[in-house]
Write a protein that binds this ligand. Structure first.
Ligand SMILES: [Zn+2]
Length: 90
């Protein structure tokens, strides 16, 4: 699908960036940061004052219910924009 970067292609983009794409170091660094943000990272299960989960990138706490009620599992961190994977966090 031209013009669309699919999630499954991102690891290849990352590998290409890491092994010798002809870009300046700072450009590579910012592109890598974008790829890492677009690749879903698992949320960290950690007790905080407002809930049980924190962002794997910036450590922002996500608000969740202490009573097991379903809460909004946001797809992206509202603080840093990291894409989130909630698969193993039920
Ligand atoms: Zn974050």
């Amino acid at each position: 699908m031209p013009g669309k970067t699919r999630q499954s292609h991102l690891p290849n983009v990352k590998a290409a960036l890491l092994c010798g794409a002809p870009l300046s170091a700072s450009k590579k660094k910012s592109l890598l940061a974008l790829v890492d943000k677009a690749l879903a990272q698992k949320v960290i299960h950690q007790r905080t004052a407002v809930g049980d989960y924190v962002c794997p990138r910036c450590g922002a706490a996500f608000i969740s219910s202490p009573y097991g009620v379903e809460f909004d599992k946001t797809n992206y961190c509202g603080n840093c924009g990291q894409r989130l994977d909630w698969e193993e966090c039920i």
